[in-house]
Design a protein around this ligand. Structure first.
Ligand code: GLA
Ligand code: ZN
Length: 680
């Protein structure tokens, strides 16, 4: 396995985060102290300039960069690299005053007032022009700075705009997509319904909150347009930077499962993926390891956008945030676990928002490495320092990659379509279902990628496609190909109901030729009330047992599929609930109902066996991951429990954290971690 560092300038795991010295320019004493403390905390990178526009350009055309120059020089001289943001995440007052078109228009068609952040019209030529000038200046002045590691485009790009500029771009987007054929659009959007036929493209409006909302095809195309427009904007920044500084890679920071933008499209434009994680650690509704498994799912989505290289965790927090419903402190030890977990899942950086708490405004009580208290003997600082030391020890991991044998399809278009669909029950729990099923793999030590339906299904042995309601063109064929070649596919209720524009497939679900793959069709789907349940009874040599079924029960008519489990109640008692169909060299499983975790785990265990994937027996509370490099593998064990854990069947090697050699048995203290370098 080729282990290649992400950056030419540094091959360590990066540790640092957002640093906003422009808020402290009148306090040289604090700026000096910052450098000393960063070194003490093992910080080797900071992100600068995320929200610096009004300091760079206090009035139109008047630029001040000297302050940044001295900060960058100083950081670099002290061994700290720089991720430099383009400041387009928030605009100065003069810009909005002079060019109101830069301000976003809400879904009710009302123009925003100046304020807050990430609220620009991505179509606005003036906004792009002003950002372009800023980028030219920044790249011209700092593009060759020896400390510059990476460009950070804007910040957490997000939202949508309903202004007239965006409306006409939407119309052009549709004209192109439907090849200038309005009848084609009417057909795909099924507009004869409620007399909604359009005569011309320029008649079509975005789905205003007080306008058209009943055409699913329109809603979906609007979401696609919004991603396209955001990507187009992002590409504008990227292309400029690539032209000016071809050697400096580019990223932007994604946010978890952010519904408004299809990250799988945006990811293609970036040199590397970065994202910001803010889980509700130590909440009152789930065990710590469950929260961790959820974070691991998010990391996996990000990692899977570029499977051949590490991603970077741009932001996290060593203590608490200020925007959760309850802003609880991270308990001692959790910070270490969360840092190592990010690396375990494929990140080569642990970054924070932010280095030092500001004195005022909205984020004054958001956690940071340095508190208003100003001392470095705090619990939080010490934990950050500990993380810094630990990440140094993980240097050999840098550049190694995660290589799962299993993948799950999580697809934004599918998510949008399921949420917009009128039917079944209100909350269809697509994301939650994916997370739960992923959690069962992780619980059994099986690493999983999380990919979009257009991604390469490659050489995975097992592919889980929960609730794949919408089939983009070609997906059904690629699922068949995957299975025919020997892959094992697991699909569920709600598979293949609609095409890419949400038109129902005729002739039976799952559509687009998938009847043949699964060897069945579904005749009806029953939605249960929250207190209703059914049972699936497995009574074959493959699997024995009765498990709870809830939420959705499909009534299945098998053709060539073999029945593995049947409903035991209601008018469809005795009919198939779970089936398998042999297809080419592989198998296509169909799970027609939502089954409890114990049932799905039992089923998966049989499937892993069949696929030759080895589950790792892990005590409850442990999360396990592995990364691969030219020197062998890195085995990560994370103890999210308050118990001493004894692990057996551990690959022998050296624990990079303690320096000890481990042979088979590993004892982990509560909330402790081990990273074992196991040579080939
Ligand atoms: C986001 C932003 C940061 C900061 C943090 C607070 O991730 O990128 O600027 O506001 O949230 O949690
Ligand atoms: Zn707009």
């Amino acid at each position: 396995m080729n282990q290649k560092p992400l950056f030419k300038k540094i091959d360590e795991i990066l540790h640092g985060g957002d640093y906003n010295p422009e808020q402290w320019l009148d306090r040289p004493d604090i700026l000096k102290e910052d450098i000393r403390l960063m070194k003490q905390a093992g910080v080797n990178v900071v992100t600068l300039g995320v929200f610096s526009w009004s300091v760079y350009e206090p009035s139109e055309g008047e630029f001040h960069f000297d302050w940044l120059e001295s900060i960058m020089d100083n950081l670099y001289q002290n061994g700290i690299f720089i991720i430099l943001a383009t400041p387009s995440g928030a605009r100065p007052a003069w810009l909005d005053e002079k060019y109101p078109e830069a301000m976003r228009v809400s879904s009710a068609g009302v123009r925003n007032h100046h304020g807050v952040r990430h609220n620009h019209c991505m179509s606005s030529p003036k906004y792009r022009e002003k950002v372009g000038i800023m980028i030219q200046k920044l790249a011209g002045k700092f593009g060759k700075h020896p400390g510059l590691l990476l460009w950070h485009i804007s910040n957490e790009l997000g939202g949508e705009c309903y202004c007239d500029l965006c409306k006409s771009r939407f119309q052009e987007f549709l004209r192109k997509k439907y090849k200038d054929n309005i009848d084609g659009l009417n057909q795909e959007w099924w507009t004869t319904f409620w007399s909604h036929r359009f005569n011309r493209f320029d008649q079509i409006e975005p789905p205003y909150s007080n306008g058209e909302g009943s055409i699913h095809g329109l809603n979906l195309d609007w979401k696609r347009f919004n991603t396209w427009n955001m990507t187009d904007y992002m590409r504008f920044e990227i292309e400029l930077l690539r032209k000016l500084t071809p050697d400096v890679p580019v990223t932007t920071n994604f946010m978890r499962l952010y519904k408004t933008l299809d990250y799988s499209v945006m990811a293609k434009e970036l040199d590397l993926i970065s994202w910001d994680v803010y889980p509700e650690w130590e909440n009152d509704y789930e065990a710590a390891v469950k929260t961790a498994n959820g974070v691991s799912f998010d990391h996996s989505i990000m990692r899977s956008f570029k499977r051949d290289r590490p991603f970077i965790l741009m932001e996290s927090v060593p203590s608490l945030v200020n925007w959760h419903p309850y802003n609880k402190l991270k308990r001692p030890g959790t910070h270490k676990l969360s840092c190592v977990q990010a690396v375990a899942c494929g990140s080569d950086m642990v970054g924070y928002f932010q280095w030092r708490k500001g004195r005022g405004s909205y984020e004054q009580f958001h956690g940071a490495v340095m508190d208003h208290l100003g001392r470095s003997d705090t619990r939080v600082f010490k934990e950050v320092e500990e993380a810094g030391n630990l990440l140094k020890k993980l240097q050999p991991v840098a550049g190694s990659i995660v290589k799962p044998q299993a993948a799950m399809i999580f697809d934004w278009n599918n998510w949008w379509a399921i949420e917009d669909m009128a039917g079944l029950s209100k909350d269809k729990k697509y994301g939650e279902t994916c997370r739960t099923l992923y959690g069962l793999f992780i619980k059994n030590g099986i690493e999983m990628d999380v990919i979009s339906s257009d991604a390469d299904f490659g050489d995975y042995k097992v592919l889980v496609a929960p609730m794949l309601y919408l089939l983009k063109p070609g997906v059904a064929d690629r699922l068949k190909e995957f299975t025919a070649k020997g892959g094992i596919l697991i699909a569920t209720y709600l598979t293949g109901y609609v095409n890419e524009n949400t038109l129902c497939w005729l002739g039976g679900f799952p559509g687009d030729g998938l009847l043949e793959l699964f060897g069945l069709y579904t005749e009806e789907i029953d939605t249960l009330y929250p207190k209703d349940t059914n049972t699936v009874s497995f009574q074959t040599e493959f699997l024995h047992g009765d498990y709870r079924a809830f939420d959705y029960c499909e009534i299945i008519k098998p053709q060539t599929a073999r029945v593995l489990g049947e409903y035991t109640r209601d008018f469809y008692s005795g009919t198939p609930a779970v089936t398998v169909n042999a297809y080419g060299k592989g198998y296509a499983y169909y799970v027609g109902t939502r089954i409890g975790e114990d049932g799905m785990e039992a089923l998966f265990k049989k499937i892993w066996e069949q696929a030759g994937i080895e589950a790792v027996s892990l005590p409850e509370g442990i999360e396990y991951h592995s990364r691969f490099g030219n020197g062998g593998s890195f085995e990560f064990y994370l103890n999210f429990s308050d118990k001493v854990q004894r692990l057996t069947e551990v690959k022998p090697g050296k624990n990079l954290i303690t320096g000890e050699t481990v042979a088979e048995v590993l004892i982990l203290e509560p909330f402790d971690v081990a990273v074992i370098h196991s040579k080939l």
